[in-house]
Design a protein around this ligand. Structure first.
Ligand SMILES: Nc1ncnc2c1ncn2[C@@H]1O[C@H](COP(=O)(O)OP(=O)(O)OP(=O)(O)O)[C@@H](O)[C@H]1O
Ligand SMILES: [Mg+2]
Length: 281
């Protein structure tokens, strides 16, 4: 049943966007995700071809539970395609992709993958400009069926607490009643990360988060993503090397759809193969 009297839905067009958003997002982190035996994400031997061109070529990658991993590599290396495979947007031609020990991602659709606890942040922010920061977060939480009733009636104390917690994490406490349309580019990006957090993902994928940001916004984003590690596993794709250096623990370098090198920032930056294909340019 669609509520027709939710006060903040300010136009029919806005309402339709809101409902289509809700229909797509209801991830609830899977409580039984089994990571006891190691990584939270396993990609093994993944190949993706577009008209015979191998965008991913026998790619294997393992992400540990709670880690923050940076993925770098030249344009066309396959970084975004890799995220498309993890989120079910693109099906691999071969290879296996597991979330925890038991969830076979290649057997699930995009919606089911989001529901199993994988959140993805695209480059362009998709916040609802005519709603406030609070309302955007409220809406993201309403994707969770368990709070859907409360969302229609009124928010319970627990839900308010969760919004307060997230707004604190993303650093938009002062702006909580601002319309999202009034936020800066960077603030919109953080709000979108907050909207993903409302759904409590175990794994968060973030593609080029600092493109177009001011230096202060880049620094804030570095702190934000660093603070998420531990509670969530975070995979960040970025070309801004100063930013990567500021957050990196383990770095994976992709090249021609394959892992070229992996290690600390210092290790990969001094790797002659990495310098040749990417950093030396
Ligand atoms: N839908 C598609 N159809 C055809 N080719 C594609 C498609 N998606 C990606 N490709 C190609 O696959 C290769 C990998 O693209 P991808 O977008 O994954 O690279 P990337 O590492 O994210 O690059 P960038 O740093 O520029 O974002 C590129 O050569 C790209 O042109
Ligand atoms: Mg890309």
């Amino acid at each position: 049943m669609m509520p027709s009297n939710v006060s903040y839905i300010r136009s029919i067009q806005q309402r339709d966007r809101v409902f289509s958003f809700m229909a797509k997002t209801q991830p609830v982190a899977s409580p039984d995700l089994d990571t006891r035996k190691g990584p939270i994400l396993y990609l093994e031997g993944i190949t993706v071809s577009f008209d015979g061109f191998r965008a991913l070529n026998d790619l294997s990658l393992y992400i540990d539970d709670g880690e923050l991993r940076c993925i770098i590599g030249p344009n066309g290396a396959g970084k975004t395609t890799m995220m498309d495979v993890i989120t079910g947007k693109t099906r691999p031609d071969s290879g296996t992709a597991f979330f925890g020990q038991t969830i076979d991602l290649t057997g699930l659709n995009e919606h089911q993958i989001a529901q199993s606890g994988i959140g993805r942040k695209f480059q362009k922010p998709t916040v609802f400009e005519q709603l406030t920061v609070f309302e955007n977060l409220e809406l993201a939480m309403a994707g969770d069926k368990r709070v859907w009733r409360n969302f229609i009636l009124s928010l319970g104390a627990q839900e308010r607490e969760r919004i307060d917690e997230v707004v604190e994490t993303i650093g938009l406490k002062q702006e909580i009643q601002f319309l999202a349309g009034r936020l800066s580019h960077g603030q919109k990006q953080w709000l979108e990360i907050g909207m993903l957090l409302m759904q409590n993902p175990r794994l968060l994928l973030v593609d080029e988060p600092v493109a177009g940001m001011t230096p202060q916004e880049v620094e804030h984003t570095a702190n934000l993503l660093t603070s998420l590690a531990g509670k969530h596993s975070v995979v960040v794709v970025e070309h801004d090397m100063e930013f990567v250096r500021s957050i990196a623990k383990q770095v994976t370098v992709l090249h021609e759809g394959h892992v070229l090198a992996e290690g600390t920032m210092d290790e990969v930056q001094n790797d002659p193969r990495v310098i040749e294909v990417y950093l030396g340019a």
